[in-house]
Design a protein around this ligand. Structure first.
Ligand code: FAD
Length: 383
């Protein structure tokens, strides 16, 4: 019997799941074998974390099982990838070796709170699903004081998410009638709220948080954290009672070990998502794609998803010996929930001419419904 090509996908997040599904929807199991490896067996849409933070969601109601992939003829391996042997086209997990004809690397980024002295001991990691229930408890117990939301490294995933978190926290405190007694401060190393979205959208986001008395501090590069104290690189100090941090992001160790990226960076790719190895592609948060001057593609699920689909289409073309080759189009939208039962959407076209274009839509309840539908569609279409 003729051996069918084997695509191995590292990571079952936005990028891995979109590419696995696109591949399977294009070719049946008799023509293409697909293996997806992830160390965990669930997938969650990133923004659901903020619903767990504000207590409107539970973790177990926010995840889809990667085990469902087998029903589609996608072989799911729950295991940690320990190394990538690019010369011999082999992946080593903690229990087996798996060889590939095509490899899609979509391992995402790793949160590295330990890189900031004192953070682990004195603050919460806003992006860590394991800490969200405790954050929710702390927010519910807070009667007065100072909340600090601090971005501690760039790039970080979903640039609008911490602003959205501040608005949702604002609304939680208002509902409990304690907002007047609690200050919310937002510290970012960037000069504006959302540098990648351009000055106009950055100003709109600034106005949005400012109108809710969330105080935005720009150009605050963190040095360390002490008990109830943030210390910035210029030795400025700010106190807090509750710290919610977005820690620095790095690539997983296997990426540095394989030589695909240099620590603490990401895999450099272009719109074809190719690496320097034949038939090895990289997509999503584990990559860095320069889109305009020194601006890189923001780390977001929608972009990982689009790259995954483009790579899958190109692999299908190669398998079918077709000439067609698509480049990733760089289009996507990210929701920003206001905490008032409405949301707006930041719509992005990263490769529009002559430079990236970004617009922020009105805040409407319809956009909030679209956000909920976005999650439902991903979970039901992919798993
Ligand atoms: C609070 C929050 C809100 C967000 N809101 C939005 C939003 O509104 N819109 C949007 O587009 N994006 C949003 N995001 C960002 C989005 O979640 C990420 O950009 C997206 O998940 C990236 O997809 P990915 O496939 O590159 O990586 P991931 O989704 O992170 O998936 C990577 C997978 O690889 C696995 N993995 C890593 N290393 C190994 C290993 N060695 N062995 C085995 N498995 C491994 C991981 O377990 C993981 O499942 C948000 C994120 C957060 C935290």
């Amino acid at each position: 019997m003729q051996k069918v090509p084997h695509v191995v996908i590292l990571g079952g997040g936005f990028g891995g799941l979109s590419s696995a599904n696109e591949l399977r929807n294009s070719l049946p199991a008799e023509k293409l074998a697909i293996t997806l490896i992830d160390k965990k067996d669930w997938f969650m849409v990133g923004f659901a974390k903020l619903w767990i933070m504000n207590g409107t969601r539970k973790f177990e109601d926010s995840v889809g099982s990667l085990n469902n992939l087998s029903k589609k003829g996608i072989n799911f391996v729950k295991d940690e990838v320990l190394s990538i042997d690019l010369e011999n086209k082999t992946i080593t997990t903690s229990t087996k070796k798996i060889s590939y004809d095509f490899l899609i690397i979509s391992t995402g980024s790793v949160l590295a709170p330990e890189k900031i002295p004192g953070l682990v001991e004195n603050g919460f990691n806003l992006y860590d699903h394991n800490q969200l229930s405790e954050i929710n408890q702390r927010l519910n117990d807070m009667e007065s004081g100072k909340i600090a939301i601090s971005i501690m490294g760039m790039p970080y995933k979903c640039p609008p998410a911490p602003f959205e978190a501040s608005l949702l926290i604002n609304s939680m405190l208002k509902k409990r009638g304690v907002r007047e007694n609690v200050e919310i401060h937002f510290y970012s190393p960037a000069p504006t709220t959302l540098p990648a979205a351009g000055p106009q959208v950055s100003k709109q986001i600034f106005d949005l948080v400012n109108s809710e008395k969330i105080i935005f501090h720009d150009s605050c590069k963190i040095k360390s954290v002490e008990s109830k104290k943030l210390i910035f690189e210029n030795d400025r100090e700010e106190s807090f009672d509750l710290l919610l941090a977005v820690p620095p992001h790095v690539a997983p160790k296997i990426i540095y070990d394989s030589g695909l990226a240099k620590e603490p960076g990401f895999i450099l790719i272009n719109r074809d998502c190719k690496t320097s190895y034949d038939n090895v592609f990289a997509i999503g948060d584990v990559t860095s794609m320069v889109v305009y001057e020194s601006m890189a593609m923001p780390k977001a699920g929608v972009f990982a998803e689009g790259e995954g689909i483009a790579v899958a289409k190109n692999i299908i073309s190669m398998i079918q010996s077709k000439e067609e080759f698509v480049l990733y189009d760089g289009k996507g939208g990210c929701f920003i929930e206001s905490g008032k039962d409405t949301a707006s959407v930041i719509e992005v076209d990263m490769f529009s001419n002559p430079k990236p274009s970004t617009t922020l839509t009105e805040q409407t309840h319809e956009n909030l419904i679209k956000k909920v539908d976005f999650e439902k569609e991903r979970l039901s279409n992919w798993l």
